[in-house]
Each structure stands twice: as C-alpha cells, then as structure tokens.
Design a protein around this ligand. Structure first.
Ligand SMILES: Nc1ncnc2c1ncn2[C@@H]1O[C@H](COP(=O)(O)OP(=O)(O)OP(=O)(O)O)[C@@H](O)[C@H]1O
Ligand SMILES: [Mg+2]
Ligand SMILES: [Zn+2]
Length: 452
C-alpha cells in the first residue's frame, strides 16, 4: 500500500524538514513550519536545464551582453526595470491587496500587445469578464491581448506553446498549481515548483513573464523567500491606499539598478505616470508653518523635493518618545542629541514626532539639516516660509554642516519648483542657479540664525 508522504516547509524561507519543529533552523523564526502532502514520486528532482546545448565556451565568444528589451511605453516602469522588459526575464511584482498590481500589468500588457504582438494574460484571480471590465476602464482593449482564467501550470504552458506570445502575465503565483503535487495552491512547494516552471518556460522560449505575488500583513512576500532568488527582478508596488499615489521600486534587478523609483497616480482611467514627483509631494504645502520644511533627496538619478514635518510636545512621563516616519530613527536620535548638546535645546523632556509627507522614505543624510530645523521650529514656535526656503546638508556630531552628493541637481530642482532661497553647507563650489539665492552655512547654529 502506498503511504502518503508529507514534509514540513518553512513558509518564510522554504526550509524543508521531515518532521515538525517549533523553530525553523533556516531562518530562526518560530511557528513557520507547515505540513504539506507530497506526491509519492519525487517532485524535487532537478529542474530541467535551461539551455539545451550546455557546453562550456570562451566568454569572448558568448553573444554580446546588450539585452534585448521591450519598451513598455510607460516611462516610470521602464526606468525601474532598467530600460524596459528584458526578453526571457522573469519579473515578480508584489504589493498589498488592492494597491494596483493588476492595473499596472494590464496597462503594460495592453501597451506591449499594441506595439509588439500577442500578449497572454493569465489570471487565476479574476474571470475574463472582470478583466475585460477593467480593461475598458483603462482603455486597454487591443487586438493582440488575450486573456484566460486558468491556474494549471501545464495548461498555461500549452497555451504559451500554441500562441507564442511576446509577453506572458500571470496573476497571481499563489493561485497556480501543478497537478502532480498534492499540496494546495499557494503552499510553499506549489509556489516554488510553479515559479521554477515559469522560469524554465520563459528562458527556453525567450519570453518575458510577469508574475504577481501577494504580500503578507507584515509586508513580506507570501511564499518562500527563495522566490526572490529564483526570479530576475522583484518589483514592489507601494503607497497609502487612502492616497492616490503609488511608488514602484525594484528590490532586486539583474538587469538594472535598484535605486530608481517609479511614481504613479491611481485614477479612474488607471495608473498615470508622474514624471515630476516633486510637484506631487509638495502639493499640499502651506505658505508658512511651524515645524515643517522642504528638503531635497535623491531617488536614483532623480532629485526629489519632499516636506518634512516635526512635532515637539512636552513628554508626560518617563522616557520621551521619538517617532520617525520616512526617516531613520537612528538619524533622528543623532540630530536630537546634537540639538540638545550643541544648541542647548531641552529635548530630553519633549516627545519628538517626525513625518515625511507623502509616504516617501528619505535615506542617508540628505534630510539632516531639514530635520534639525523642523524640530527647532516646532519647539520654539518659529514660522518657516515653507514655499520659499529649502535646506540641504548633512550634520556632523560636532554640529558642522557637511555637503551631500548631487547638490547641483537638487538646487536646479528647487529653482524649477519655485523656491527662492536655499541654505547649503558653505565652502563648496556650486553652479549659479537662476532665481535661487544660495546661502552657505558652516554649522547648524549659523543655519538656524539664517531662518530666524
Ligand atoms: N473606478 C475606479 N476609479 C478609480 N480607481 C479605481 C477604480 N476601480 C478600482 N480602482 C483602484 O484600483 C485599485 C485596485 O487595483 P488592482 O485590482 O489593480 O489592485 P491589485 O493590487 O491587483 O489588487 P488585488 O490584490 O486584489 O489583486 C483599487 O484599490 C482602487 O484604488
Ligand atoms: Mg489583482
Ligand atoms: Zn525558515
């Protein structure tokens, strides 16, 4: 009699174990191992090789590395992908429910179908009618776009062989299943096996494949982390669902940098590109306010202006609270320490809350001076002409101002956005920027005196 075999898989990292364990030896998380029934024949045999004529050859004779890319006609998506969709690449797009994953890939599918040929859109989540309805709203109905509601990976492969599409979309990987695995769709072994299959299907035929993946409540990919290693590119779509804008980032990209972001606005007619994100992030800027100031940051090669807000209130009991949204808490603590020691601000008896407007994260030290001034302004009740002044600079532990990279680019962006004054670290060579008064400050004290 054939015995039903089962194994335990970690839902976080994909670790396999014959017996249950409370703690995963792979990623050391608790309670992540789940049982999955396996087929009697071994399913984890080696996946078939990707290239049929696998023979070592001199690297000099290997075909040139210029990737053949499809232009999606969506500039912001092209930018994040590193210049378009590379043929044969496997792209995973993740994001919270309802953020707009299906919208983005349907728009992409339609555009590729219009310009390059047959696109196959496979959905395990929605019926053909539902997709059609969305496509009508997005004005994405084109001849070469084929939709099918299917979840069996083998059937999907047959469709691909029959249709020879230039692009395949699979929404979502958690609905896919392979028949000889008895585990449920969405389980670790199914997800892993199906993605491996898609990888083979795409690479053999040189067809790019987009797969949608859901994320868990904690914001992690639902499914094993090993997925991130298998695919070529991982895109993450994020944003506040209550606000209209969405940010697309590459968490991993074998064909481009991961420092570029794409910015979109969710509208009735679909996702609309925002080519000048500063406009959007400064949309609700007040003319003058306490505790708010505009700073510049770099997102990839693009300068971006964002508003930083600070709220400083007396602490009630015990430890004062520090809350940072959009900036690193460590950076905030450092700035608070400098303000306390070098500027004599009594911040140890105040709670400090900091927020970057628009849900963006400012990385590095770009926002240092802005943070310090926003905190100072909130504590002292000093008003700042938010629409005129912009500050850029890193703060050292000695309260000196230090330059940050790409200052010239940021200053040009500030002028373009209508700012009239900029405070920057002194003694650096800067280009003149039309319409912008650039003032250099050597340390934090001088910079603060300039705004008083
Ligand atoms: N008529 C409409 N006008 C404006 N926005 C809409 C309209 N219909 C849907 N949306 C937006 O589209 C979002 C859903 O987009 P989409 O279905 O692409 O998300 P998703 O990430 O694929 O979601 P899921 O995880 O459920 O598959 C909604 O949250 C809403 O913001
Ligand atoms: Mg969807
Ligand atoms: Zn694990």
């Amino acid at each position: 009699m054939a015995k039903v075999k089962s194994k335990f898989f970690c839902t976080q990292c994909g670790y396999e174990s014959p017996k249950w364990m409370g703690r995963c030896p792979g990623c050391e998380k608790w309670n992540t191992l789940e049982e999955e029934i396996l087929a009697t024949k071994s399913i984890f045999k080696r996946s078939p090789t990707l290239v049929s004529s696998a023979k070592p050859q001199s690297i000099k004779s290997v075909g040139s590395g210029a990737f053949d890319r499809y232009d999606t006609q969506i500039g912001e998506l092209n930018r994040v992908l590193g210049g378009g969709i590379v043929r044969g690449s496997l792209i995973l797009i993740s994001g919270e429910p309802g953020i707009g994953k299906s919208t983005l890939i349907l728009q992409t599918a339609s555009s590729i179908a219009k310009h390059y040929g047959t696109v196959l859109y496979v959905s395990g989540e929605e019926s053909e009618e539902q997709i059609r309805m969305r496509a009508e709203r997005l004005d994405a109905i084109v001849d070469n776009l084929f939709v099918v509601s299917e979840t069996n990976i083998e059937t999907i492969e047959t469709f691909i062989d029959e249709m020879k599409p230039v692009l395949v979309i699979v929404d979502s990987v958690q609905t896919l299943y392979k028949e000889d695995l008895s585990a449920a769709p969405g389980s670790v072994s199914q997800v892993k096996e199906c993605v491996n299959n898609l990888m083979r299907i795409g690479k053999l035929r040189n067809i790019p494949i987009f797969i949608v993946a859901h994320v868990t409540k904690q914001g992690e990919l639902a499914g094993p982390r090993v997925l991130e290693h298998i695919v070529d590119t991982v895109l993450h779509f994020e944003g506040e669902r209550t606000q209209e804008f969405r940010i697309l980032r590459a968490l991993k990209n074998r064909y481009g940098t991961t420092s570029e972001i794409g910015v979109f606005e969710m509208k009735q007619e679909g996702l609309v590109e925002i080519t000048n994100p500063s406009v959007m992030f400064l949309d609700s800027l007040a003319t003058s306010s306490e505790g708010a100031i505009v700073v510049a940051t770099m997102e990839g090669t693009r300068p971006l202006l964002v508003e930083i807000q600070a709220l400083v209130v007396p602490a009630v009991i015990g430890f004062p609270r520090r809350t940072a949204v959009g900036v690193e808490l460590n950076r905030l603590n450092l700035i608070i320490a400098v303000l306390e020691k070098k500027m004599g601000l009594p911040l140890s008896s105040y709670d400090v809350y900091v927020n970057v407007v628009g849900g963006l994260k400012v990385e590095g030290t770009f926002a240092d001076l802005g943070l310090a001034i926003a905190i100072f302004s909130s504590l002292k009740g000093v008003k700042i002409s938010t629409k005129e002044l912009i500050v850029i600079g890193e703060i050292s532990l000695t309260a000196d101002l230090r330059p940050v990279a790409h200052l010239n680019k940021m200053l040009k962006e500030a002028a373009k956005m209508g700012f009239s004054t900029c405070i920057v670290p002194e003694k650096i060579k800067l280009e003149q920027v039309n319409g912008l008064v650039i003032r250099g400050a050597g340390n934090l004290k001088t910079a603060i005196n300039m705004i008083l």
